[in-house]
Write a protein that binds this ligand. Structure first.
Ligand SMILES: Cc1ncc(COP(=O)(O)O)c(C=O)c1O
Length: 381
């Protein structure tokens, strides 16, 4: 287990940076262009900074995050590569973003105005990406405001207040590669690029494709793809792509306690599991506060010493119980517990957890909590 002064983590996410750079190569080979690699949400739970360092070293075109604060944290960590941030509230500190050389992706004329004001206060141009809403009706400049936006952009660009780095849009249905919305959204992006060019805004980089599109629609790759989850080794379109991705995160804990439970004994909150016979149980000291979904109560399996053991009773905030069988399965306190990982030898995966808890594996990996230590292998970070 990973320890630091006075503390011992009850769980560790082993993050394989070599798997991440392998996945980057897989995605960019399929797409045929470079990647603006998405490291938002703490690098999908893997640790934004070490992941970003590995990706930059591997030659990404840039990095993508949601929030300016995430971008600035990368800068504080020494990342000098281009970083794009695309989700803002009205009081976002765009001056700090400009000072940090962050590429600010704007979603409305109001955001553009705020960026232009911040650039004026700082006395230097802002690096800008235009995020266009080409049909998802989420973030991005919508068509209803497009004309006003183009006029404001033309003024800002002519005044030298902004330098256009990118134009981007986001696909609503990319996990269905043949969905007509994908082509319609791509056409919208092309039209937006043409409108910007007509007022002098020629971007360095046009990007649309998230992981599902990067893996299945190289015709929509534009200048760069913008993958997130695939870099972490999870395939969002297993029915459409057999790209050889390697899951980068393995979640481990250790058995904190082994004890006997007599036949008829109830286990965990509500005593919902009742031991049908005398048995031995092990306590695993991670729970829903660490990102193990409560919906996995009585469903998950864990791997200890190469064998699978079932979780029993309700998942708790900090711990859960596994049934080691009447002879205790040879398990002793301190033995390593693998909760999910690469799936080698049919071991549990984040995908299996997602299926059992009626969610997507994105939510599993991004949900791994702050009490879980991150340990990096396969790279220099
Ligand atoms: C704008 C944008 N681009 C790219 C991504 C990466 O998506 P994915 O993890 O499916 O590759 C996201 C993530 O949700 C996003 O919000």
């Amino acid at each position: 287990m990973q320890s630091s002064v006075g503390t011992t983590s009850m769980g560790t996410a082993i993050v394989d940076l070599a798997a991440i750079t392998h996945n980057l190569r897989v995605v960019t080979d399929v797409a045929g262009v470079g990647a603006l690699a998405v490291v938002k949400a703490n690098g999908y739970g893997h640790g934004a900074l070490p992941v970003a360092r590995a990706l930059v070293e591997a030659g990404v075109v840039g990095l993508g995050v949601s929030q300016v604060a995430e971008a600035l944290a990368l800068r504080e960590g020494g990342i000098t590569a281009p970083v794009t941030a695309w989700l803002h509230v009205p009081d976002t500190d765009f001056e700090a973003a400009i000072a940090g050389g962050v590429d600010i992706a704007v979603s409305s004329p109001r955001q553009l105005d705020a960026v232009v004001d911040a650039a004026a206060r700082r006395g230097e141009p802002a690096t800008l990406t235009v995020k266009v809403d080409t049909g998802m009706n989420r973030s991005g400049v919508g068509w209803a405001e497009w004309e006003v936006f183009i006029e404001a952009f033309a003024r800002a660009h002519a005044a030298g207040a902004v330098a256009l780095r990118g134009v981007m849009a986001h696909l609503a249905c990319s996990d269905e590669p043949d969905h007509p919305a994908n082509d319609a959204q791509a056409a919208g992006l092309r039209a937006a690029v043409a409108d910007l060019a007509a007022v002098g805004g020629v971007p360095e980089l046009v990007h649309l494709a998230n992981s599902p599109a990067a893996l299945t629609r190289p015709d929509l790759a534009f200048d760069a793809v913008r993958p997130g989850v695939a870099l972490y080794g999870l395939n969002p379109v297993p029915n459409h792509s057999d790209a050889p991705l390697i899951p980068a995160m393995t979640l481990r804990s250790e058995v904190s306690l082994v004890k006997r439970v007599a036949a008829g004994g109830g286990v965990s909150y509500g005593l919902t599991y009742v031991a049908p016979a005398d048995t031995v149980v092990g306590i695993v000291p991670v729970g829903y506060a660490d990102g193990v979904p409560r919906a996995l109560s009585g469903k998950l399996r864990v791997r200890i010493n190469g064998r699978d053991f079932p979780g029993i009773g309700r998942m708790c905030m900090d711990q859960f119980v596994v049934d080691l069988g009447p002879d205790g399965g040879g398990v002793t306190e301190g033995d390593e517990v693998e909760l999910f990982g690469t799936g080698a030898d049919d071991a549990p995966t984040a995908g299996e957890w997602a299926e059992m808890s009626d969610t997507i594996d994105y939510e599993i990996i991004t949900g791994i909590g702050g009490r879980i230590a991150r340990r990096y292998v396969g790279g220099q970070s």
